[in-house]
Design a protein around this ligand. Structure first.
Ligand code: ADP
Ligand code: MG
Length: 442
C-alpha cells in the first residue's frame, strides 16, 4: 500500500541524501495516491517540484521498480495551502574543525540546524541547500534579498558550514560588501593587489553580504565585476544578499545587475506568526529558558516583522525576569516589552523632541541637526535623529525630511538604512541609540 511504499522510498533516500537534504526534500513531501502507472506526490512549492523533477524523480522510479517490479512514474503536485513552520531536527550537529570555520569567518550559530523554516523563507532555504550541496552547478549566483533581520546572513553562513561539512577541504570566504570594499582599497594603498586577487579568486564559495552598499563605490564595483567573472568562469559558487533586488540598488552598474540575474534570485519575506513562535521556542530551548507557550505566542504576536528584534525581545524578557527574580510569564513579558512594542511607542513624541534629545546627547546645536554641515560629528547624529524619527513617530518620510531643514525623503531613507545597518556592526552606535531611546521613553 501507499504508506509502506512511501516508507520504503524514505528509507532509501535516508541512505542517499544528507540529513538536511532529506529533511528539506523528502520530509516536506507527502504521497497522495498511487495507481498502477503513477504515484502522486505533494510538494510545498514550485521550487521543490522543480528540484524533485530534476534530481529525485529518476531515483523514485528506480526504487519503486525495486519495490513493486513495475514502472511507476511520479507526478508532482504543489501543496496549495500554507505549510506550517517545521523544525529541522536538532540532533545532528555540525562537526567541522573549528579552524576551518575561523578561516571562513562563519558564525557557529548560523547553521541549517538552527534555521527554522517557514513560509517566508522556505524557498530561500531550499535554494541555499542546493548550492551548498552542488556548488557552482545550478544557481550561480544565488541572490537573496529582503528586509533587515529576516535571516539572509544566517542562510549564507549555513551554506558555508554545510559545504565545509561535505567537503572539509573547500575554501569558503564570507565577507560583508564593506569588507570587500575595504580590502580592495587597502590592497591599492599597500600595492598588494595580487594578494587581494588570490584571496578572493581562490575560493570555492564566495559569500558577499549586503551588496546594496556597493552603491556609489565605482572602483569597488569594477573590481567585484572581475572577481565575479573569474569565479563564475571557474564554476565557483557565488552567493550574494541585498535588502532589495539588484536593479533597485541605486548606482549599481548595469553589467553587475545583469550578471546577478544569471542565477537565481529569491526573496525572504517576514515570518508568519506560527514561524515566529517556532523561532522563539527554538531559541528558548537553546537557552534553556522556561517559558509558557502562551507567553511565547504573546511575544511573537507583539513583534511581527524582524527576527533579530524577536530575539532581542526574548533577551529582554529574560533579563527582566532575572532582575525581578520572577518566573517568565505573559504579564512579566508585557512589562519587559513595554517600551519596545509598537502599540506603546510614545505616541506623543514629536520630531522636535527627538532632535532635541539627540543634539543634547551629542552636544551639538539643534541648528546643526537640521542643517547641512557635512562633518562626521554632525552627520551621524543627524542620521540618528532621522532614524529615530522614523522608528518612534508615525510621521511620513517627506514630513520628516521637511522637519530636517527641508531635506528630500530619499535622504531620510538613506539615513534610516545607514543607521539600521550600522547598528548591527557598531557597538558604540548601538549603545548611543539605546541611551537616547531610553531618555525619550522617560
Ligand atoms: P538579515 O541578514 O536578513 O538581516 P540575519 O541573518 O542577521 O538577518 O538574522 C537576524 C537574526 O535572526 C539572527 O540571529 C538569525 O540567527 C535569526 N534568524 C533569522 N531567520 C531565522 C530562522 N528562520 N530561524 C532561526 N533564526 C533565524
Ligand atoms: Mg544580514
Amino acid at each position: 500500500d501507499l504508506e509502506s511504499l512511501w516508507q520504503y522510498l524514505k528509507s532509501k533516500f535516508q541512505q542517499t541524501l544528507t540529513k538536511v537534504g532529506f529533511d528539506t526534500w523528502i520530509e516536506s513531501a507527502a504521497p497522495i495516491r498511487i495507481t498502477d502507472k503513477n504515484i502522486i506526490i505533494e510538494v510545498p512549492s514550485s521550487f521543490h517540484k522543480d528540484y524533485w523533477e530534476k534530481n529525485i524523480a529518476t531515483k523514485v522510479v528506480e526504487y519503486l521498480y525495486e519495490y513493486t517490479g513495475q514502472e511507476i512514474l511520479p507526478i508532482f503536485v504543489i501543496k496549495n495551502e500554507e505549510t506550517s513552520a517545521n523544525h529541522i531536527n536538532e540532533t545532528e550537529k555540525i562537526t567541522v574543525e573549528p579552524t576551518k570555520r575561523k578561516d571562513a569567518l562563519l558564525n557557529d550559530k548560523y547553521t541549517f540546524d538552527t534555521f527554522v523554516i517557514g513560509k517566508g523563507n522556505q524557498m530561500a532555504h531550499a535554494a541555499a541547500l542546493v548550492v551548498a550541496e552542488d556548488p557552482g552547478m545550478l544557481y550561480n549566483p544565488l541572490f537573496f534579498y529582503g528586509g533587515v533581520g529576516l535571516g539572509k546572513t544566517h542562510l549564507m553562513h549555513a551554506i558555508g558550514h554545510q559545504m565545509l561539512l561535505l567537503n572539509p577541504e573547500a575554501k569558503v570566504k564570507y565577507v560583508s560588501s564593506e569588507t570587500f570594499a575595504n580590502d580592495f582599497i587597502n590592497s591599492i594603498q599597500t600595492k598588494s593587489q595580487e594578494k587581494f586577487r588570490t584571496e578572493y579568486r581562490n575560493v570555492d564559495l564566495l559569500l558577499v553580504d549586503d551588496i546594496q552598499f556597493f552603491a556609489d563605490k565605482e572602483g569597488t564595483q569594477e573590481e567585484f565585476f572581475h572577481t565575479f567573472n573569474a569565479l563564475y568562469d571557474d564554476r565557483k559558487q557565488i552567493v550574494l544578499t541585498s535588502d532589495r533586488l539588484p536593479n533597485e540598488i541605486p548606482k549599481l552598474q548595469e553589467r553587475l545587475v545583469s550578471r546577478f540575474a544569471w542565477g537565481l534570485s529569491v526573496d525572504i519575506t517576514p515570518p508568519d506568526l506560527e514561524t515566529r513562535i517556532a523561532i522563539l521556542r527554538r531559541k528558548a530551548n537553546a537557552e534553556r529558558l522556561e517559558i509558557p507557550p502562551d507567553t511565547l505566542s504573546y511575544i511573537a504576536g507583539q513583534i511581527d516583522s524582524n527576527i533579530r528584534e524577536l530575539e532581542g525581545a526574548l533577551v529582554r524578557v529574560q533579563a527582566y525576569a532575572a532582575i525581578e527574580s520572577k518566573d517568565i510569564s505573559t504579564s512579566l513579558a508585557a512589562d519587559a516589552l513595554k517600551s519596545i512594542i509598537p502599540s506603546s511607542k510614545p505616541s506623543t513624541l514629536s520630531i522636535q523632541e527627538i532632535q532635541k534629545a539627540v543634539s543634547d546627547y551629542f552636544n551639538i546645536t539643534l541648528a546643526d541637526i537640521t542643517g547641512k554641515k557635512r562633518i562626521k560629528s554632525i552627520v551621524v547624529p543627524r542620521q540618528i535623529a532621522m532614524y529615530l524619527s522614523r522608528e518612534l513617530t508615525s510621521n511620513s518620510l517627506p514630513k520628516i525630511g521637511a522637519e530636517f531643514g527641508g531635506k528630500d525623503h530619499t535622504t531620510v531613507i538613506h539615513a534610516y538604512e545607514k543607521i539600521d545597518h550600522q547598528l548591527h556592526l557598531d557597538d558604540d552606535l548601538r549603545r548611543s541609540v539605546e541611551d537616547i531611546k531610553e531618555k525619550l521613553a522617560r
